[in-house]
Ligand binder design. Structure first.
Ligand SMILES: [Zn+2]
Length: 64
């Protein structure tokens, strides 16, 4: 069974591997779901955490 979109309640969520996340000026490509109707993107929580960790490391490098 496909998951319904929480935003529009019309589309279903399809897995995608090209969600762009902009965190602090860095753009990351992550996996998640995208709504077939409103195109809202829902990155996987684990992926979001991963890129936040990476962006934090990048900031530390710049500070040094
Ligand atoms: Zn939707």
């Amino acid at each position: 069974m496909k998951r319904k979109c929480l935003i529009c309640d019309l589309g279903s969520l399809e897995e995608t591997e090209d969600i762009t996340l902009d965190i602090g000026g860095y753009v990351f490509i992550v996996k998640g779901h995208r709504c077939t109707n409103c195109k809202e993107e829902f990155p996987f929580e684990a992926e979001t955490k991963k890129v936040i960790d990476i962006s934090k490391k990048l900031y530390k490098k710049i500070e040094k």
